[in-house]
Design a protein around this ligand. Structure first.
Ligand SMILES: [Zn+2]
Length: 381
């Protein structure tokens, strides 16, 4: 069986769609008008991703406000915010270029998703001719909706976490019910949890192990057979061509990450300074048996923040090197991150989101070709 390859999920939203989102926020167009643009962007994303030869595709998350806020609000500006939330929550990330992204703040219970990932996925299914994957947000990220200190009157932290675990499980199950082949859980806050940034208080609270424990509460509700197709994505962030935690040593994070009982991991690696060292860490800490399922390491071979297109030969060489440390039957390839996890992203290093889309499809094609070349070289094609 050849080496599997899978995207993380998102693509830049076309400029036309980003403008439509702004018009919707300003009350100039209706939700139906916005949906016309979202439909067009999803259809284009799926068709062009399929044309790269990729064996599994996504809708590019074109309908999502962001990878983290899709259950909570229709747009990044907060239009259509779910019940029991206010707009002024904590920063979940401050990026190296100085910009930040903020979460809503929980004001009371119960906590319920307004939108499930499957609500978007079911619109993509009739548009696709290949299997679809869907990304969902980790409970650990949404746990930051609850104030860091103190308790909400009438809704304890424990009650909130119980509701959150139920909602995350439902989010994943619904994806499989409407036809997802694979579901990966975005866990960008894992590496950031080791950052200890005084400007972003939660990052200094050593929350990594509690994140892992919380995410396992969700994963443990699935059978080994189901968890084969449930993944975890780690990265140092990727927004406006900038990162939030690339300076955190993977050695601080990976041993904890692999304690999660997921069947596969999508690991940013193409943009690491010393890739071989991280391949070795993945080989050492990933488990042959995570409560009944082997952990497959999908290594990042494409950097979505850099407009230079990787060659298939570079992708092949990365995988061949990684196979020195990770058993080939537990090796896969992926992109370092989504190409635009947030809906509003001008992709400054690329010139425009439309140019960045063209580049993304070229990059995906290189990933697919290079992975096939590696499979041949490693004798598993
Ligand atoms: Zn990412």
């Amino acid at each position: 069986m050849s080496i599997p390859t899978e995207p993380v999920g998102s693509l830049p939203r076309p400029m036309k769609l980003q403008e439509a989102i702004a018009d919707y926020d300003a009350g100039k167009i209706t939700k139906e008008d916005l949906k016309v643009e979202q439909d067009a962007a999803c259809k284009d994303s799926i068709e062009r991703m399929e044309a790269t030869g990729a064996p599994i595709v996504s809708d590019g998350e074109q309908r999502a406000s962001s990878f983290a806020t899709y259950p909570l609000a229709d747009t990044l500006a907060g239009t259509g915010l779910a019940d029991n939330l206010a707009g002024d929550g904590q920063y979940f990330a401050i990026f190296t270029d100085g910009h930040h992204r903020q979460l809503p703040r929980l004001t009371g219970g119960p906590f319920r998703y307004k939108t499930y990932a499957a609500d978007y996925l079911k619109e993509a299914v009739p548009m696709a001719n290949k299997p679809l994957k869907q990304a969902v947000i980790a409970p650990s990220m949404l746990s930051l909706l609850y104030p860091l200190d103190g308790e909400i009157e009438g809704y304890t932290r424990e009650e909130f976490l119980n509701d959150l675990v139920d909602e995350c499980e439902k989010d994943i199950r619904l994806c499989f019910e409407v036809g997802a082949e694979r579901v990966s859980i975005d866990f960008t806050e894992g590496r950031l949890a080791c950052r200890n940034d005084p400007n972003n208080p939660w990052t200094g609270r050593k929350m990594l192990d509690s994140f892992v424990e919380l995410n396992n509460r969700v994963l443990d509700r699935f059978s080994p057979e189901e968890r084969k197709d449930i993944g975890i994505h780690t990265c140092p962030g990727g927004d406006c061509d900038s990162t939030h935690s690339a300076d955190v040593d993977y050695a601080e994070m990976l041993p904890s990450m692999f304690k999660m009982n997921a069947g596969y991991f999508l690991i940013q690696l193409a943009s690491e300074a010393d890739k071989e060292r991280v391949y070795k860490l993945c080989g050492e800490h990933s488990r042959e048996d995570a409560n009944g399922v082997p952990q497959v390491c999908f290594i990042g071979v494409i950097n979505p923040l850099n407009p230079t297109v990787e060659t298939p030969e570079q992708v092949r060489d990365d995988l061949v090197t990684a196979a020195k440390y990770i058993p080939v039957e537990r090796l896969g390839s992926t992109d370092d991150c989504g190409f635009s996890p947030f809906s509003i992203d001008v992709k400054p290093k690329h010139g425009s989101p439309d140019v960045a889309r063209d580049i993304a499809f070229q990059k995906i094609e290189s990933r697919v070709k290079g992975t096939q070349m590696a499979s041949e070289e490693l004798g598993v094609a």
